[in-house]
Structure formats: structure tokens, C-alpha cells
Design a protein. Sequence first.
Length: 254
Amino acid sequence: MAESDAGRVRTVKSADRTVALLEYLSAADAPRSLREVTDDLAIPRASAYALLVTLVRAGWVEAKGNGAGYRLGIRALRAGAAYVEHDDVVRRAQPVMNELAEKLGETIHLARLDGHEIVYLATSPSRHSLAVVSKPGRRLPCWATGLGKAILAHRPWPEVDALLPAPLTARTEHTLTDRDALREELATVARRGHAVDEQESTLGLRCFALPLWFGGAVHEALSCSVPLVRLDPSREAAIVAALRAARGRLAAEA
């Protein structure tokens, strides 16, 4: 079906509700009750219950005992893992990321922009016990991460502004929540060539990120996350240089 034809096809309400429910549960930090599902998604109680029962039987949703609520099921994990396993960017980047993590001894992340969030696609963990690792599938606000800022800095501000929600919520006391301040920061990132997350997502952690080009607009970025206690100016310069070299390898192999 051509894209123009697809745009004229009416959506299926049950399919829309299924997608909305799965996305709702994927963003939840705890199981959600039937009442929460009906209230938050504005779905009639009978329809919500029937949908949940159907998804539980299919393995896409799990029902917690004693009426504790619902959460994503194991089939959702399988689908997410399959997406990452078959992603061409992940396949190319993972070996380079592993070598970079071995060289630097720090956590390396690959993420992609999805709406106003970045989604972690792959991770190569630090060899240190003191480290923060974001597992594939985790989502964070793009404006609160080095990865997100590295991607946004290579897009026109009107496009970025339209992408961002209002207001910009803070993850820490250092998160940029003022649009003008964020616009200035993105301009600095574009001139400098890399982004820095200065405890904007996680206290005590600094993240250095570079955008990746695979043709067309920038959708992915590569980062190195380091606790502040292991950083000094020379170490920071070495990390950024290593990230640039890794990006060069990826570009050469594309």
C-alpha cells in the first residue's frame, strides 16, 4: 500500500486502544489497576477489562496477583529484543561500542530520538562498580540528556520547539527547563560538536555525547557516561577524542 493511500485509511479503534494501552503500561513504573487504565486512557471499564483479558491470554500483559494490577508481559520483551537485534545501526555500532568501553573503562550508550524522548538502543557497561547503566528500551526526556541534546542541536530550532512538550519537566535541579536557555545550549553544542549532560539527568554523573550521521537527518547519538569523581580536564578531553574516533569508524563502515 502506498503511503498516500495509507493516510486515507480509517484507523481501527480496537487497534488504537491496544497500542495506547501497551504504551501506557510500558511507561508505567508500577503495575496499573483497571481503574487507573480506564481513567488515564478514557476507555470504558468493560472495554478496558476485555482488552486486558485478551492481552493477558496472549502474553502481552501480565495480571499481578491479589488485584495488584497489570504490567507488560513477556511477549512485549520478546518484541523489544527482536527490534534491537535486527536494527542495522545497533549491529554496526555494538562492536565499536564494546571496544570503546574497554578502552575507556566507562559506560557507552547508543540512543535514538523518538518523539520528545530518547530511547536507549544498546549499552556497553563500565568495568567500574560505580557506574550508571541505562538498559535498552529505557526512555528519557531529550532535553535532559547529552544524547538528546546532541541530536537536537542538528535540527532547526522551530522543529525542535514544535517537538518539545510544554512545560519542560526537570529530572534534577540542573535540568534545563527554560526554552531560551535550551536554545542557547543547543547552539553551543552545534558549534562545539558534542553535547554535555551536566548532572541534568542523574546527579553525580556527566555524560558526553556526539551525533551520528547515517544519511539524512540525525536520529542517533553515541555517549560516554562518567561519575564526576573520575573526571578531570585531561580525562574529559580523552573521552571526547575517543568518541570522535569511534564515530569516524562508524562513518567509514557505513
